[in-house]
Design a protein around this ligand. Structure first.
Ligand SMILES: CC(C)(COP(=O)(O)OP(=O)(O)OC[C@H]1O[C@@H](n2cnc3c(N)ncnc32)[C@H](O)[C@@H]1OP(=O)(O)O)[C@@H](O)C(=O)NCCC(=O)NCCSC(=O)Cc1ccccc1
Length: 167
């Protein structure tokens, strides 16, 4: 990180905070706690952001009683919440402060039972072209894979976000 990066008006403040704090495990923990204060529903999966940069984000979540379903596995909607967090932090790192974004929809598949803690990885095949200014918007598809501790994919999600230039 350079001071020029953080001072740049184009860097999203959330991403600037990550760059400042992510050098240590404590800093990453502080960032993840701050994320849950900002978006309280995220807190239910006790997320830990592991990696965040333009085009990629990785977030882990423990398997604890509060995310169980009737089978004792990780509730599918809790896994969707985790996928949204990974997408959201990818978007914060990818979309500059000159623009804003909002999720528009998510299509999801539950491909295997989730019996362990999970890790969601949101990854773009390439960085998107964003509209320069005006009322024009662009849809960006963010693919997310949620995997169990053995590396098996348990949930896949395609989340569409709507990106526009700030007025
Ligand atoms: C907005 C749009 C997606 C598209 O409608 P169009 O008409 O084609 O778009 P157009 O660009 O013309 O804008 C029109 C108006 O739309 C609003 N607005 C637009 N952009 C933004 C923005 N970036 N942020 C805020 N508002 C924005 C704004 O009022 C604007 O009016 P304005 O220009 O201010 O006067 C619409 O279908 C919708 O609102 N769907 C519901 C979306 C929704 O609730 N998603 C779930 C919430 S997130 C969650 O729960 C999980 C989560 C949390 C945190 C992290 C991760 C995950």
């Amino acid at each position: 990180m350079t001071s020029q990066d953080v001072a740049s008006p184009a860097i999203n403040p959330t991403y600037a905070m990550w760059r400042k704090l992510s050098g240590s495990a404590i800093g990453k923990g502080v960032f993840s706690a701050a994320l849950c204060l900002r978006v309280p529903y995220f807190g239910s999966v006790l997320p830990r952001v592991r990696d965040m940069r333009p085009g990629r984000c990785e977030v882990a979540a423990p398997k604890w009683w509060g995310v169980h379903n009737h089978l004792g596995t990780f509730h599918a909607i809790a896994a969707c919440n985790l996928a949204e967090i990974a997408m959201g932090m990818l978007a914060e790192a990818t979309v500059p402060a000159t623009h804003r974004w909002i999720p528009k929809g998510m299509s999801v598949s539950y491909v295997a039972k989730a019996g362990t803690s999970l890790t969601a990885v949101a990854e773009l095949p390439e960085l998107p072209q964003l509209p320069e200014s005006g009322d024009e918007g662009v849809e960006v598809l963010v693919p997310v894979a949620v995997r169990d501790r053995s590396g098996r994919t348990v949930v896949t999600a395609d989340i569409t976000i709507w990106v526009t230039a700030r007025k």
